[in-house]
Design a protein around this ligand. Structure first.
Ligand code: MG
Length: 288
């Protein structure tokens, strides 16, 4: 099952994908929780109810995809956690920046206010000359998790989405900018198009991950290249902090970012960044 948040008639709705149509969940079942976040917070009982609703939803409760604006599946996640340097090929391309092979996951956060929809523009901040993209498999937490073992970690996952960890490299690597100014500007976390629940992705370990800029392929990798895999990231993070339903974890990007190119190439106004992860879908955002 694939869940979306969309805008239609000026209102924000939760939906489930069925081919090229969206089931408006509250039209199909008015008693269901109204948002994707609340559906996930409801846990297995609500998800069973949701599944029954989706199975019997009539065509009259659906809308064509072309008539809605997709928002990020969770427009304001409680926490946006990020892992840096998590693909071997990306560590290698970033070596010239002084970045080293990680012995444990390298963690940072983005503000929830960075999150925008899968087709929204990325506003280029006037503070940067070096705007860059990073496609990332993104975990959506489904159950409260503290101190979970690797063996139990996938039980805390609701599903997966796609995110672009948009980065301003000049600020990221500047002592007076850092992660806050380099990775927390408005629009720096496009996300979507849906959350594919774990019924369709029981194992996130072999998903193809790709990026194109203006139609030219830049990143093409697979989550089987992750240094710290999904269970390892959840186990590590949950030692220190409680993961809660709706929290998202961006899991790092593979090789092929502008930073790693020789010569380096940065995003310009008007560039269109398209990202696709197998079994989840496509996000496509224009730099403005
Ligand atoms: Mg990243």
């Amino acid at each position: 099952m694939r869940l979306v948040t969309f805008e239609h008639g000026g209102r924000q709705r939760a939906g489930a994908l069925r081919g090229d149509r969206i089931i408006d969940l509250r039209r199909a079942e008015p008693e269901l929780p109204a948002t994707v976040l609340e559906l996930i917070q409801g846990g297995p009982a609500v998800l069973d109810w949701l599944r029954q609703t989706v199975d019997r939803a009539a065509i009259e409760t659906t809308l064509p995809m072309s008539e809605v604006r997709l928002l990020a599946p969770i427009p304001r996640p409680p926490k946006v956690l990020c892992i840096g340097l998590n693909y071997a090929n990306h560590v290698k391309e970033a070596e010239h920046m002084g970045l080293k092979w990680p012995n444990k996951p390298s963690v940072f956060m983005k503000a929830s206010s960075c999150v925008v929809g899968p087709r929204d523009p990325i506003p280029m901040p006037p503070t940067t000359q070096q705007l860059d993209y990073e496609v990332e498999l993104t975990i959506v937490i489904g159950a409260r998790a503290k101190g979970v073992s690797r063996a139990d970690a996938l039980g805390a996952v609701a599903g997966y989405t796609v995110a672009n960890d948009v980065s301003a490299r000049d600020l990221q690597f500047s002592p007076d900018g850092g992660i806050i100014m380099g990775k927390n500007f408005d629009g720096s976390a496009p996300m979507g198009p849906c959350i594919t629940l774990t019924d369709e992705i029981p194992d996130p370990g072999t998903l193809r991950v790709r990026t194109w800029v203006n139609g030219e392929q830049r990143q093409d990798s697979n989550t089987n290249d992750l240094i710290f895999d999904v269970p390892a990231m959840i186990e590590y993070l949950s030692q220190a902090l409680t993961l809660e339903p709706g929290d998202v974890i961006l899991t790092g990007t593979p090789a092929g970012v502008g930073l790693g190119m020789r010569p380096q190439v940065w995003l310009q106004q008007g560039d269109v960044v398209r990202m696709e992860i197998e079994r989840i879908g496509v996000i496509e955002n224009r730099v403005e």
